[in-house]
Design a protein around this ligand. Structure first.
Ligand code: ZN
Length: 461
């Protein structure tokens, strides 16, 4: 099994095109923006779209009314639009109730949101469960408002019984082990958080859908919080046995890679990610589990306890432009997105390759030479990773699978034979030896073909 693409560049054009087409759409936790987004994704990859009616009870929550926007603006007395939803959908507080009124600056003022420390940025604000309305604008725009003006406020929104929309697709495997890959799609025109996660999720689904898989992968795309709670409430029995999973989010920024670990910290999910960073010799920021974050708080809640990890590139909360109009298509890049996609593929490849073997020739070391397994070129024994790249200056920006640092072939053979006691998994061997998983897997499979090893059926972790 070799999941990762040899040329991650192949995903670039599609990543770019999806980012550009999806960015302008006004999304929220419900509404036509979510449907439009899913229908664009569906054109490239099959998935099942579900509509859950407003008022549906899901654990302690209820599916809210559906929200859609026609138009929204603040105009001056001459009718000139000063704050205009059509110019940028972040100008309107998400879930604003309908308004049509003239008012003084003093009346308007409490409904305006700015970021004084980032005077060129429009903040992103929501009011999902508190019926209110508001506008977001740059501090510069705000400073230019005339306090003596009478303003015309129009919020042409519809808040009415409708549906919450989400999508899912399960890719079946044969092992009986199932993993969850979930992301959220409720943010309007914001790049890293969260459009990048949406696009990565879709490309990951497409790539895995083309593979023959050992494990089952359940892909879910929902509005954050309410969506994952709805999903859990409607799939309570199916999700209980999930081994673990990933929440791709904030994956395409210009900065450093990061990993937010699962609530367990040393679960299989965490270990395959760490092994991935190690074999690429890639520097990253480790983040401990935190209940603040995304839907891991729901999936890992006491009734479910599914360990969820997030590989990111410029993690949410950590970058200056987070939840502002400056988190746009200039901030993120398809190149960065594809690099992070590659990390997810390498981590999942490790889940697929994490088998346990038992030696069929455990009495001393089997004679490799007579089976043609001994490396033909002598003298390289104990030489340090001969193909280790010396060019590390730009490694953060050149993540590809051919930069996995393979170790000495004879070392790999000997370690796999040494640890093949029927107890030690390939991932453990990778952790103990520092050798890359793919190399160990190739070696182990070759040893199976030569009747030196057999695969041990292990219990589901
Ligand atoms: Zn967010």
């Amino acid at each position: 099994m070799n999941l990762a693409p040899t040329d991650p560049q192949a995903y670039l054009p599609e990543a770019e095109s999806l980012l550009e087409r999806l960015f302008p759409i006004c999304r929220s936790i419900t509404g036509d923006g979510v449907r439009a987004t899913l229908s664009i994704l569906q054109a490239g990859i099959a998935m099942q779209v579900e509509e859950v009616p407003s008022g549906t009870q899901c654990f302690d929550w209820e599916v809210p009314e559906e929200w859609n926007v026609q138009d929204a603006y603040v105009a001056d007395s001459l009718g000139k639009r000063i704050i205009d939803f059509r110019a940028n959908n972040l100008h309107l507080v998400s879930y604003s109730i309908p308004v049509e009124a003239s008012m003084s600056f003093a009346e308007l003022r409490p409904h305006l949101h700015t970021l004084p420390d980032l005077p060129d940025a429009i903040p992103y604000r929501t009011s999902y469960y508190n019926r209110d309305w508001g506008f977001c604008l740059t501090q510069k725009q705000f400073d230019s408002l005339d306090p003596d003006e009478t303003y015309r406020v129009v919020v042409d929104t519809k808040l009415a019984p409708g549906h919450l929309t989400y999508a899912e697709r399960t890719l079946p495997g044969t092992s009986g082990q199932e993993y969850l890959i979930s992301t959220y799609l409720c943010h309007p025109s914001l790049g890293n958080d969260n459009l990048s996660g949406v696009v990565l999720w879709a490309l990951l689904l497409r790539e895995l859908s083309r593979q023959s898989l050992l494990h089952t992968y359940r892909f879910v795309i929902v509005p954050e919080t309410i969506g994952s709670i709805v999903y859990l409430s409607q799939h309570e029995d199916q999700v209980r046995n999930l081994v673990g999973g990933f929440i791709p989010s904030t994956v395409a920024g210009p900065g450093k890679f990061g990993y937010k670990q699962s609530f367990l910290g040393d679960h299989l999910i965490d270990r395959v990610v760490r092994a991935t960073f190690r074999e690429l010799d890639l520097d990253y920021n480790p983040y401990p589990f935190d209940v603040n974050g995304s839907d891991e708080r729901q999936y890992s809640s006491p009734a479910f306890r599914i360990p969820m990890g997030t590989i990111c590139k410029d993690k949410y909360y950590e970058y200056t432009y987070y939840h502002t109009s400056l988190d746009n298509l200039d901030f993120i890049s398809a190149e960065a997105l594809v690099q992070t996609l590659n990390l997810y593929l390498l981590a999942i490849e490790k889940l697929e390759q994490n088998k346990t073997y038992r030696s069929l020739m455990p009495y001393g070391e089997p004679m490799l030479g007579k089976r043609g397994l001994y490396p033909k070129i002598g003298g390289s024994i104990k030489q340090k990773a001969a193909n280790m790249s010396t060019d590390h200056g730009d490694r953060q920006y050149q993540v590809s699978t051919d930069r996995i640092l393979y170790g000495n072939e004879l070392d790999a053979l000997r370690w796999v034979l040494f640890y093949s006691d029927g107890q030690t998994s390939l991932l453990e061997i990778a952790e103990k030896t520092g050798l890359p998983m793919r190399q160990l897997f190739d070696v182990a499979e070759r040893l199976v073909q030569n009747q030196l090893l057999e695969i041990v059926e292990k219990e589901i972790p």
